[in-house]
Design a protein around this ligand. Structure first.
Ligand code: ATP
Ligand code: TZP
Ligand code: MG
Ligand code: MG
Length: 268
């Protein structure tokens, strides 16, 4: 995969300005909408079971995120997911906190069973728990693990039949066969809540414009990670508040120059 293809895919997002239907959590709603707007996508949050089938049908991608789940929202996610599936709209899933409580684990497994997911994105513990492996998770944050993340991602991709993205210090993308490791990003991302959730929605924006889901996911991760690096270089020392604002600025600006300079992908 070439850097030029990644830049082209990012440019396509900005040209198409895809509508991204998010059913997400109450912590990250505003940040997600602003991040998608900055990038060049068009966010909508719609949750009512009476309208989600219609909204998902007209979207470029549907993003499901169980960060603050409840029964009403889960019902809406299943309706939206099925509508997206029937209409060829890619569904991106963030199983926030899978493994932390039985309810989250069971709900995540129910969603991947009942909805055809195109790309699932989470930390290692979340992905492990979705496929029935027991990794420790505290709340919604992964603990430092020393497991083999590439092997885990491949196993999950094969078991779920989706593209899998596991993020952390390094990000892994695989369809179970072809695997990429992305070395972009910055530790200060862990000090701003919702940077994982926004990333999942950003992956949705790329999947809305690029049918090759590996290219879509890698392009999203590189663009996002490079924007974070540039923002951290400019404002990181001031702290997470200044970084969060600058990160939105850089999501709007990141392009050929920055991605050529900092983009770091490795095929495994
Ligand atoms: P967690 O709850 O475990 O923090 P998350 O859902 O917030 O998970 P992350 O794994 O934190 O998701 O990923 C969000 C973004 O932060 C990704 O772009 C990832 O590459 C980046 N990231 C996370 N940790 C680091 C790190 N130590 N160094 C560089 N980038 C990181
Ligand atoms: N609690 C429930 S959802 C959520 C918190 C803190 C946000 C998690 O966001 P991210 O992107 O996984 O850090
Ligand atoms: Mg994080
Ligand atoms: Mg998360």
């Amino acid at each position: 995969m070439q850097i030029q293809e990644i830049v082209k895919t990012l440019e396509k997002v900005r040209q198409v300005n895809p509508l991204i239907h998010n059913i997400t959590n109450v912590v990250v709603t505003n940040f997600t909408a602003n991040g998608l707007l900055a990038l060049g996508a068009s966010p909508v949050m719609a949750y009512a079971k009476e309208e989600v089938a219609d909204m998902a049908k007209m979207a470029g991608a549907l993003v499901l995120n169980i960060g603050t789940l409840n029964e009403t929202e889960i019902e809406a996610m299943l309706i939206a997911g099925k509508s997206a599936n029937e209409n060829g709209v890619p569904v991106i899933f963030d199983p926030v906190g899978a493994g932390a409580t039985a309810y989250r684990t069971e709900t995540a497994r129910k969603i991947v069973k009942e909805v055809k997911i195109s790309i699932i994105r989470g930390n290692a513990a979340e992905i492990a728990n979705v496929i029935g492996e027991n990794w420790v998770i505290k709340g919604v944050d992964a603990q430092e693990g020393n497991g083999d993340i590439i092997a885990l991602a491949k196993k999950a991709a094969q078991q779920l039949g989706t593209v899998v993205v596991i993020t952390g210090k390094e990000d892994v993308v695989t369809d179970g066969d072809t695997t990429y490791v992305i070395h972009n990003g910055h530790p200060i991302l862990t000090k701003v809540t919702g940077t994982g959730c926004l990333l999942t929605s950003v992956i949705g924006a790329f999947a809305a414009v690029e049918k090759d889901l590996l290219l879509a996911a890698v392009s999203a991760l590189v663009s996002y990670g490079v924007a974070a690096e540039v923002a951290a270089n400019k404002k990181g020392e001031e702290g997470p508040g200044s970084f969060q604002i600058e990160f939105l600025n850089e999501l709007a600006k990141v392009g050929t120059a920055e991605i050529s300079q900092y983009g770091s992908i490795e095929k495994r």
